[in-house]
Write a protein that binds this ligand. Structure first.
Ligand SMILES: *[C@@H]1O[C@H](CO)[C@@H](O)[C@H](O)[C@H]1NC(C)=O
Ligand SMILES: *[C@@H]1O[C@H](CO)[C@@H](O)[C@H](O)[C@H]1NC(C)=O
Ligand SMILES: *[C@@H]1O[C@H](CO)[C@@H](O)[C@H](O)[C@H]1NC(C)=O
Ligand SMILES: *[C@@H]1O[C@H](CO)[C@@H](O)[C@H](O)[C@H]1NC(C)=O
Length: 188
């Protein structure tokens, strides 16, 4: 009897551990930056690299002048296989403290949390002139996401406006792929 209880118990623990893993991965295919206003930015660039099936991003921003008025427009479109586009968020907000605030949109929160984790300086107003605001080795941690995420493609748009004028636009194209990280490869 005790043997069975122990077996069932161990099975439950085992199942719990497995289901805590994530069987997907967030891949960035490409990032494009456009409309960079040379009066606002001394430098604004971005590198994307893929290591062991994981995407990493480095970005550098240097402002020419101190920035005290920053607005952000952020949108995320998602395409599940053979399905029409879904807009998961489309937000406009004050960018001065956007990494400090908690956002109502859970997906956007994941993004803000990730950016904050990999940046080496607080991204908040006033943004200083001639200081490097860098993000290094940023990668999406699947554990931050809900355990079930549909597979598909996405496109993320971020537009920054400084003093009410568009100063840069960033598009990130990527996908959510099935990716088994557990050694047992449970079949679907
Ligand atoms: C990367 O993905 C490929 C194809 O799915 C797989 O064969 C390879 O083992 C993966 N590499 C790592 C380091 O996970
Ligand atoms: C941020 O990192 C860059 C290099 O990655 C460095 O040059 C810069 O001084 C750092 N800034 C701060 C405030 O640590
Ligand atoms: C970036 O992360 C990868 C994987 O975690 C690591 O191998 C690499 O050394 C890191 N690079 C830097 C500059 O931190
Ligand atoms: C960027 O990646 C998407 C797929 O996510 C692809 O459709 C598009 O052609 C790529 N664009 C460039 C410029 O490589």
């Amino acid at each position: 009897m005790r043997f069975w209880i122990r077996l069932i118990w161990q099975f439950l623990i085992f199942k719990f551990v497995i289901s805590e893993g994530r069987n997907f991965r967030v891949i960035f295919d490409n990032i494009s930056i456009s409309n960079v206003d040379p009066e606002v930015f001394e430098k604004f660039d971005c590198q994307l690299y893929q290591i062991n099936n994981r995407s990493f991003v480095d970005t550098s921003h240097i402002f020419k002048e101190t920035v005290t008025d920053l607005k952000v427009h952020a949108a995320l479109d998602f395409w599940k296989a053979k399905s029409p586009k879904m807009t998961l968020y489309d937000l406009e907000f004050d960018g001065c403290h956007f990494l400090q605030n908690v956002h109502k949109n859970r997906l956007f929160n994941i993004y803000a949390k990730t950016l904050k984790k990999y940046s080496n300086i607080s991204f908040k107003c006033p943004f200083q002139a001639n200081v490097l605001y860098a993000v290094r080795n940023m990668t999406m941690n699947e554990q931050d996401f809900p355990s079930f995420v549909p597979l598909g493609k996405f496109r993320s748009l971020i537009e920054y406006s400084v003093n009410q004028k568009l100063s840069s636009r960033v598009f990130v194209n990527g996908k959510i792929i099935s990716y088994s990280t557990d050694p047992f490869k449970i079949s679907k």
